[in-house]
Structure formats: C-alpha cells, structure tokens
Design a protein around this ligand. Structure first.
Ligand code: ATP
Length: 514
C-alpha cells in the first residue's frame, strides 16, 4: 500500500455516475466542510459533501472548481480515516499489501491524516485498499477524522460473526483469514467474534444457536458447503421460532434478518464468485466492509413429508451426485479431486435414470420454456407442469437464472426463478466439454441437444424403477438415493424429491449487477 498521487492510474471504486452524484450534492446541497490541504506537496481543497469526499484544485483564481474535482470518493468506499505522523498511517505488511493488525499508534497529534479507500483497477473485478495522505495547512486533523469516520460508517456492518472451516479447500482457511481478511477488517474497525468449526455439520449448529442479535452479519470463511450449513441452521431456526411447518414444501417461509458474506476458502467457491464477480479473498472482504447487500434466493429440498436441507448453490441428482460422491471420497486430493471425479465419471459408462418430472412454472416465462408455454393458463399463479418420464443421466437445479449475455452465460442471482437442467445420455468427450463450458460460463454448454434448460420455481423428481439392469447397478452403488446439495453429499430415504425456489430470501454482502 502506498500513498496515492492524485491522477494515478488507480481509480476509486465508484463509477462516473457516482462522481456525478457527488458533484450534484456539492453544488446543490452545499458543502458540509472544506479545508486547504497538501497532497504529495500539491495544494488542494478537501471538500466534504453528503455523498463523499472530493479533492478540488483551488489554484484557479475564480475559486474552487467543484464541478471538476481531481479526485472524489463515495462514503461507501472509504475504509477508514486515521491520523498520520510520518506519511504512513498504519504499519504495512509488505507481504500482504494490507496494514498489519493493530499496528496503529498515534505518536503525536499532527496535521497529517490518511484516508484508506477501496479501488478497482480498470478492467478488473478485483478490489484493493489504498490510502492517501493529506496535510492540513491550518488547524488539526481531529475534526476531519471524526466526521469522516461517522459518515463512512453509516449503514455498514460494525460487528460480525466469522465462521472458519479449517479443512475447506486446501486447508488454509485460517491462514487466508489472518493474512488477507483480518487486517482489512481491523483497519475498518470491525469488531469480530471468531468461531472455527470443529467437525462436519458444526456450521449448522452455529447457525442454529448463535445469538445473532449481537452482530450485524455472519462471514463464512470456507466453501459453498460451509455457507450452506450455517445458512441452513439460521433459516431452520427462524422457521422453528415462528412455528412454521418447515417439513411442508408448500409452507411459506420467513426469511432471517441476517447478512451473509463469504470469503472464498473452499474448493469450488461458486457463491463467492457469484456474489463478488471474482473469487478473491480481499475483494470479498472489502465488499463486506462496504456493506452493500442484496437479497438472494435459496432452494428448499424435501423428500416426502420431510425437509432435507436448504441450499444456496444447487441441487444435483444422478451423475451430479455421483461426481460429488467420488470427489468427497478423495478429499485428500484437495483441489484435484473435482477434475479427478469429472474425468473418471466421463470415461466410465454412464448410469441412466428413468425420472418422472414435474416443474413449477410461472406464467410470465416466455423465452427459455418455449415448449411448455402453450399449456400454461394465463393466471398469475404458478402451475405444476408434468413432463412425464425422461431417461436422464442427471438433473441440476440452481437458485439463480442462468442467462445468455453475448457469448457468455450470466448468473442472475436476483431473478425470481431458478435454472433447471435435465441432461440425457451423451458421450464421454461431449460430457467433458460440457463440464468445461460450465466452468467457463460459456454459452456453448447450452448448445447440446442433450440438455434441456428451464427457468422454473420448483422441480419434482421421482425415480421410476422400470429397467432392472440399470436399477440393480444404481442400488449397488447407492447412487439412486444420493443428492448433491451445494457440493456436499446427502442421502434421501426414497428417491422422490421436491425442490422449491424461495425468491429474495437471504441478505448477501454482494455487488450485483457486477
Ligand atoms: N473441523 C472440521 N472437520 C471436519 N469436517 C469439517 C470441519 N468443519 C467443516 N467440515 C466439513 O467440511 C465440508 C466442506 O466444507 P466447505 O464447503 O467449506 O469446503 P470445500 O468443500 O472445500 O469447498 P466448496 O464447497 O466450495 O467446494 C463440509 O461438509 C463441512 O461439514
């Protein structure tokens, strides 16, 4: 981290539109506070307005040029303001490019102060934190620091529960947190309660028992599986507290009022990528500090008369469960276990499942579900649409709408429908290509006749035992009762699953649209 030369190639996070907002605020609503400062030896005027801070060139004879600030930053992107005695506001750990933990001591009341703020390099989705040192010409910096701190903290989380999975991904969740995340949270003055999971499913217990009234949100340091567990515990508890029959798929659920952030520490890190636009621990941490949040969807997954689990990422059945079982059995392979499972499942003979399918369809769906529109009645209510028995190797359902955007696919996490895929049998190389296209979010993955894609509000699937040879192999391997929920293996008591989409249910610290 280094002092910023105004006009450097690093721009603050906000877009031109945000700069525009600040300009309007400054000229229409008046200036809250202004002062002459020196920034890297250059004379500037620091202006505080309702939307943020501006540095303006005030050497112009006609006075400060508020219309053309040389630098402006919105409150949401300010991490902290603090006193500086020697040009460095907080000691910086050279390895991490972030200020080291608890290193700040005010050595003398002075005229210099630093603003630490969030930046994004042009063309990148990654965020970083940088700082600018200013020296006031007259007076002291105390008032500035106090007022900036008040303004920048408004509406942002102040105290967080952090849940770390020490075995997720390559087993470096704790190190990721200490090295990349804690220094940023410390800088932002966040108070933390840290829990490290001690066993499988411990995340659910924490979600189900922690006193969330004492914090502004929960930060998951791990993979999609840990998020799923904690979120499940939180959601289940909310239904229990409200006396809701959570085993009934038709019950209307009450959303919890807890913000979730995810620091990617797992293997797949699908959700962290969706929420932050990139899989990067520092970016995720800075988005949590920014405090911007959006409501994201979940799936509720049932067997007859019983809730199995809530899901934030996907439900997979058939080959998608087989894959995850193979990879879970080889956790010791760390990140290599996913490619291993994909390649071995691809090369082997694929199991065909005869599945009786139904989809919960809303009448406004036009584009994706072309072939089913004609039968949908023109009411505002959703209808169950029977598809009949299909010979499939797998079913996958995501609580996001997967949409085509130019040559790529975009995950619309704010959609009111999820994407269901019904995959019929296909050859090894094709399947490998399909999985690679999925990883790249390449729209090529849709360009296969063996994939049916629908935007729907729910899916019901029931395994039909009409092929003795197939059925025997499935039962031998136990595959017919396996589910892949957010990359974790679950077993159902009967292969009859009801999946319901719950729109805008969990508050996620995130940056949609990204
Ligand atoms: N201390 C622990 N000991 C053993 N298992 C644990 C412990 N803490 C959590 N788990 C289990 O670890 C599993 C994997 O968690 P997580 O999703 O965080 O990592 P991952 O599988 O590597 O990442 P991803 O889901 O993104 O692919 C979960 O099933 C969880 O129950």
């Amino acid at each position: 981290m280094e002092e910023l030369e105004v006009g450097d190639n690093v721009t603050p996070l906000q877009s031109t539109a945000a700069v525009q907002t600040i300009k309007i605020a400054a000229s229409e609503n008046g200036i809250l506070k202004e002062e002459e400062v020196l920034v890297k030896g250059k004379a500037r005027k620091l202006v505080m307005c309702e939307s943020g801070l501006q540095l303006v060139c005030h050497e112009n004879k006609s006075g400060p040029n508020i219309e053309n600030p040389v630098f402006s930053i919105a409150w949401v992107d300010i991490v902290c303001a603090c006193e500086t005695s020697s040009g460095k506001s907080k000691a910086v750990d050279k390895n991490t490019d972030t200020p080291s933990q608890n290193s700040y001591t005010v050595q003398q009341a002075g005229r210099k102060f630093s603003i630490h703020y969030i930046t994004r390099k042009a063309g990148s989705k990654k965020l970083s934190c940088t700082n600018m040192v200013m020296e006031v010409k007259n007076g002291t910096v105390g008032d500035w620091i106090q007022q900036i701190e008040e303004k920048r903290k408004h509406g942002k989380p102040k105290k967080l529960l952090v849940v770390i999975n020490p075995i997720s991904g390559s087993g470096s969740g704790r190190q990721t947190f200490e090295k990349f995340v804690r220094p940023l949270f410390d800088l932002a003055g966040l108070e933390l309660v840290v829990r490290v999971t001690e066993r499988a499913r411990h995340g659910e217990e924490i979600g189900n028992t922690f006193d969330f009234s004492s914090v502004d949100g929960v930060v998951i340091v791990g993979g999609d599986g840990l998020y799923m567990e904690v979120m499940h515990g939180v959601v289940l508890r909310k239904q229990q507290e409200n006396g809701i029959d959570y085993n009934n798929p038709d019950a209307s659920l009450t959303p919890p009022n807890i913000g979730f952030g995810i620091i990617p520490g797992g293997t797949g890190n699908g959700l962290s990528g969706w929420w932050n636009g990139v899989v990067d621990a520092k970016t995720a941490a800075l988005n949590i500090i920014r405090g911007e949040s959006h409501l994201v969807n979940i799936l509720a997954i049932f067997e007859p008369s019983k809730l199995i689990h809530y899901s934030g990422l996907h439900l997979g059945y058939g080959i998608f469960s087989e894959l995850i079982k193979k990879s879970e059995d080889r956790r010791w392979m760390k990140k290599a276990r996913y490619p291993y499972a994909i390649v071995t499942s691809t090369l082997g003979k694929k199991q065909v499942y005869d599945i009786d399918l139904e989809m919960l369809v809303s009448p406004d769906i036009q584009e994706v579900n072309k072939e089913i529109n004609e039968d949908v009645s023109p009411s505002s209510a959703c209808n169950w649409k029977k598809l009949g028995v299909k010979h499939l190797i797998g079913v996958a359902y995501f609580p996001v709408a997967i949409e085509e955007m130019s040559d790529k696919l975009s995950m619309n996490c704010l959609s009111d429908k999820g994407s269901a895929f019904f995959v019929s049998s296909f050859g090894g190389v094709d399947f490998l290509k399909f999985m690679m296209a999925v990883g790249r979010h390449d729209k090529e993955m849709f360009e296969n006749s063996f994939i049916e894609h629908h935007h729907v509000k729910g899916v019901r699937l029931k395994l039909v035992q009409n092929d003795q040879a197939n059925s025997t192999r499935r039962v031998e391997h136990g595959y017919e009762k396996l589910l892949n929920i957010d990359g974790e293996v679950f077993t159902c008591s009967v292969p009859q699953i009801d999946i319901r989409f719950h729109s805008q249910f969990i508050r996620a610290f995130s940056v949609f649209p990204n």
